[in-house]
Design a protein. Structure first.
Length: 309
């Protein structure tokens, strides 16, 4: 930013790739609660989409939403990096172009940041929705009232408890820690939230204020069938383990590995029911990599032999 220019309070950065069908809803969810541009930057960062993302920005944004397009498709993590580079605000919210926030999201999280300069990130309770907007799951509340999350580092490292649209991060935290790890094509967000929790306090808002959309054409779905998402999850655990308290690191990472072994087994059961043998085997292999134990091997064999469906 030019020297002497005052930063907006918020930068709502919207990474987008072939999500024109959902982007209008995303933009409207922000615009319905957005203050003026002097307080909130709103910008779509298009990863060289082949659909009409720009048209949606123009039609819905009506000049209030900025648009930046990558010259070529760079992938999710590199597009996140561009979002951070393009952002100007004191607080940065990455909102996928197919996700939404509810009224009150920005005010609620702003109160958390305003309560303590040591707060590096703030997140809210969230839900998952499908292509049609149907609610498929609701996250459990981390605490009953708004406030700093107790034992945040251990809690956030034990399992992914945050989806990207539900969290905002203070610019100074990103500047201190750097961006998302380019070694991870998935789970880069989880590694980042743990990295933040290792250095800063984290605020939690128990109201349900964000929706994360899961659908067949999403980036996450693209990494699901072959279990590459879980391979990156295991890599994330290895990357953030050195950030954990030495006396607790083994227990915390063991808990995380156990949780994702269960996830992998559950996925394998589902693929077995669908008679997708290749996907089933990929997830069984990951279950054993997360937790190479006799109980995991027993469960994996039952699934493989068709005894547990």
């Amino acid at each position: 930013m030019p020297e002497g220019t005052e930063r907006p309070r918020w930068s709502v950065m919207i990474p987008a790739y072939n999500c024109a069908a959902f982007l209008g809803e995303t933009l409207r969810s922000v615009l319905a609660q957005a203050p003026g541009p002097e307080r909130m930057q709103i910008e779509v960062v298009d990863d060289a989409s082949t659909d009409h993302v720009k048209t949606v920005v123009e039609d819905v944004g009506k000049g209030r939403v900025d648009y930046f397009r990558q010259e070529r498709n760079v992938g999710q993590v590199a597009n996140f990096a561009t979002c951070l580079q393009q952002s100007r605000g004191e607080i940065v919210h990455l909102l996928h172009g197919d996700d939404t926030v509810f009224p009150g999201f920005y005010d609620a999280l702003d109160q958390g940041f305003g309560s303590d300069p040591g707060i590096g990130a703030a997140f809210c309770r969230w839900q998952t929705i499908d292509e049609r907007g149907k609610v498929t799951a609701v996250a459990e509340a981390e605490r009953e009232t708004a406030g700093p999350l107790h034992d945040a580092l251990a809690r956030l490292a034990s399992e992914q408890r945050i989806v990207t649209p539900s969290i905002a991060v203070r610019r100074s935290a990103y500047e201190r820690l750097g961006g998302f790890d380019p070694r991870l094509d998935c789970a880069e967000d989880w590694e980042m939230w743990v990295r933040i929790a290792a250095r800063f306090r984290v605020w939690y808002e128990p109201r349900l204020l964000a929706s994360y959309r899961q659908h067949s054409s999403s980036t996450t779905a693209a990494h699901f069938r072959d279990a590459s998402e879980l391979r990156h999850t295991l890599s994330a655990i290895r990357l953030f383990k050195p950030l954990l308290p030495r006396e607790r690191a083994q227990d915390i990472t063991r808990s995380a590995r156990r949780a994702y072994a269960r996830t992998a087994l559950g996925n394998a059961r589902e693929f077995a029911r669908k008679h997708d043998a290749a996907a089933m085997r990929a997830h069984l292999a990951m279950a054993l990599r997360f937790q190479p134990s006799a109980p995991t091997l027993r469960d994996a064999l039952r699934i493989l032999l068709g005894l547990d469906r």
